[in-house]
Design a protein around this ligand. Sequence first.
Ligand SMILES: [Zn+2]
Length: 137
Amino acid sequence: MIREGAIRIPFKYAAGRAGSRFLVALRDGMRIIASRCETCARVAVPLRTFCPACGGDDLAEVEVGPGGTILAWTETPDAGSYALVRLDGADTAFLHRLVAAPAGCRIGHRVRVRFASSRRASILDIDGFEPVTGEAR
Ligand SMILES: [Zn+2]
């Protein structure tokens, strides 16, 4: 016998210094901030306290997006579509849902971030990515 159910697991965690700055920038300015490593020039999003490529900690805060290019995407029957997007100005991929999958969605399709109308310093301050029509790379 198999019984189905759902377990609710409320939790809280400290977003940390960089994570908190990233979330506040989303909430207050609808800005997506990243870290640019002064050693290797890699731009990582979201904002970090160290470079994921070289481990350096001499970082500058930069804004990336809101446009980007789909690197990979998937569609699920129950949870919708999600995409890994390289935001303009970033070297790393950013995962979020596709609020509207581009027609004939494919790698290289251009999208842009759609921000939520009501924001509360959460990753859901971004509704997701929406297609930019007529633009492909
Ligand atoms: Zn680096």
